[in-house]
Design a binder for this molecule. Structure first.
Ligand code: ACO
Ligand code: OAA
Length: 370
C-alpha cells in the first residue's frame, strides 16, 4: 500500500464545477478574475448550480426564490436563543443548519428537483441564521429578511437592522463571489463523502460546516484577525513575524495545498482591503497586512491565500471577527450544494483504505488481569 499523507495530489473524482489549472481558478470555465469584476454572487450561485450564467429573468427568479425562503423556522430561532452565551459561531451555524432538516418535510427526498430546491433554501437561510445568532447573543431580536435584495445586502441588513451602505454591500458581494467554490477543498470533500452514502443534503452541508471551521481551512480568516490584533500596530509587525518564523510557527492566511505561486483570489481581496482602508481613513490594518506579506513571502516564499486579506476587509466593514468564517460558509454553501448535486448525479460510495500500523496477534486479557 502506498500512503499519500493528506491525499496530496490524489485525484478523487471528476467535476465540472470549478477548476484550478496552472494556478488559474475558474467556475464552470469562467476565470475568477472575470467573475470577481463582472458577476454578482447570485449570478455565481446560478452558474455553479445550473452550469451557465443566468439571463435577467432567470436571475430575477432566483433572487425571488431566495427572498421567499430566507426566513428560518421559529423553532430554529428559539433553539439559538437557548445556546450557551459563549457558543462558537461555527458550532452555532453547524447546529442550526442541522436543525433546519427537522422542520423541512422534504429533507430526505432524493429527487434532483427536491435537492435543488433545498440547495436554494439552504443558501437563503444560512445568512439569516448567522445574522440571527449574532444579534441573539447580544440580547437583540433577529431582524426578518427582506425580499428582492441581494444576499450581501440582506446579510448586512439583518446583522445591523439598518439599510447597509452601498460600498459595504458591493465589497461583501465580491468577497462572496471569490469564496463560492474551490474544487475539492476539505469542506467540499467532506460534503461529498457524506452524501456519497446517499445521506441527505442537510447532512452534507452540516459535515462541510464542521470541516470549514478548522483554522487550517476556513477558520484561518478569523485566525488572521487574531494575529493582527495580537500584533497591535505596524511597528510591532517585524519582530512578531520574525519570532513566529524563528519558532517554526505557522502564519495564518499563508500557504496553500494547491497554489504554490499565489492564490488568484488574494489580489482582489488585497485591493478591496486597500480601497476600504482609504475610504474609511484607516490604513493601518492594510499596511500591517502588506508588511506581513513582505516578510513571510521574503523569508519563506509563502504567498497569502484567500483568508489573509479577507480579515482586514471584514474588519473594515465592522463585521465581528468570529463571523468571518460563517461568512465564508454563506458563500461556500453554493459550492457545497453544487458538488452535492453533482455527487448524487453520478454516485459511488467514497471509501478509501488505511494502512494498518497497530499491534497484531493480540488476545483478550480477562478484565481482572488488565
Ligand atoms: C480557504 C483555505 O482553506 S486556504 C488555507 C487556509 N489555512 C491557512 O492559512 C493556515 C496556514 N497554512 C497552512 O497551514 C498550510 O499552508 C495549509 C494547511 C494551507 C496547506 O497545508 P499543506 O499543503 O499540508 O502544507 P504543510 O502544512 O505540510 O506545509 C508545508 C511546509 O510549509 C510550511 N508552511 C505551510 N504553511 C505555512 C504557514 N502558513 N506559515 C509558515 N509555514 C508554513 C510548513 O511548516 C511546512 O514546512 P516543513 O516542510 O519545513 O515542515
Ligand atoms: O482549496 C483548498 O484547499 C482551500 C481553499 O482555498 C478553499 O477552500 O477556498
Amino acid at each position: 500500500m502506498t500512503v499519500t499523507k493528506g491525499l496530496e495530489g490524489i485525484v478523487a473524482t471528476t467535476s465540472s464545477i470549478s477548476s484550478i489549472i496552472d494556478g488559474v481558478l475558474t467556475y464552470r470555465g469562467i476565470n475568477i478574475d472575470d467573475l470577481a469584476e463582472h458577476a454578482s454572487f447570485e449570478e455565481v450561485a446560478y452558474l455553479l448550480w445550473y452550469g451557465k450564467l443566468p439571463n435577467q429573468s432567470e436571475l430575477d427568479e432566483l433572487i425571488k426564490k431566495f427572498g421567499e425562503s430566507a426566513a428560518v423556522p421559529a423553532q430554529v430561532l428559539d433553539q439559538i436563543k437557548l445556546y450557551p452565551s459563549k457558543t462558537n459561531s461555527m458550532a452555532a451555524l453547524r447546529t442550526a443548519v442541522s436543525s433546519l432538516a427537522l422542520y423541512d418535510e422534504s429533507a430526505n427526498e432524493m429527487s434532483q428537483e427536491a435537492n435543488i430546491k433545498k440547495a436554494i433554501k439552504l443558501q437563503a437561510q444560512i445568512p439569516t441564521i448567522v445574522a440571527a445568532f449574532a444579534r441573539i447573543r447580544e440580547g437583540k431580536e433577529p431582524v426578518a429578511p427582506k425580499s428582492g435584495v441581494s444576499i450581501a445586502y440582506n446579510f448586512l441588513y439583518m446583522l445591523t437592522g439598518q439599510e447597509p451602505d452601498q460600498v459595504a454591500v458591493k465589497a461583501l458581494d465580491q468577497a462572496l463571489v471569490l469564496h463560492a467554490d474551490h474544487e475539492l477543498n476539505a469542506s467540499t470533500f467532506a460534503a461529498r463523502v457524506t452524501v456519497a452514502t446517499l445521506s441527505d443534503i442537510y447532512s452534507g452541508v452540516t459535515s462541510a460546516i464542521g470541516a470549514l471551521k478548522g483554522p487550517l481551512h476556513g477558520g484561518a480568516n478569523e485566525a488572521v484577525m487574531v494575529m493582527l490584533e495580537e500584533i497591535g500596530s505596524f511597528g510591532n509587525v517585524e519582530s512578531y513575524i520574525n519570532e513566529k518564523l524563528a519558532n517554526k510557527e505557522k502564519i495564518m492566511g499563508f500557504g496553500h495545498r494547491v497554489y504554490k505561486n499565489g492564490d488568484p483570489r488574494a489580489k482582489h481581496l488585497q485591493k478591496m482591503s486597500r480601497e476600504l482602508g482609504k475610504l474609511t481613513g484607516n490604513m493601518e490594518l492594510y499596511e500591517m497586512s502588506v508588511k506581513i506579506e513582505e516578510l513571510v513571502t521574503g523569508q519563506k516564499g509563502l504567498k497569502p491565500n484567500v483568508d489573509f486579506y479577507s480579515a482586514s476587509v471584514y474588519t473594515t466593514l465592522q463585521i465581528p471577527r468570529d463571523l468571518f468564517t460563517p461568512i465564508f460558509a454563506i458563500s461556500r454553501c453554493t459550492g457545497w450544494t453544487a458538488h452535492i448535486l453533482e455527487q448524487y448525479e453520478n454516485n459511488r460510495l467514497i471509501r478509501p483504505r488505511a494502512e494498518y500500523t497497530g499491534p497484531v496477534d493480540q488476545k483478550v486479557t480477562p478484565i481482572a488481569q488488565r
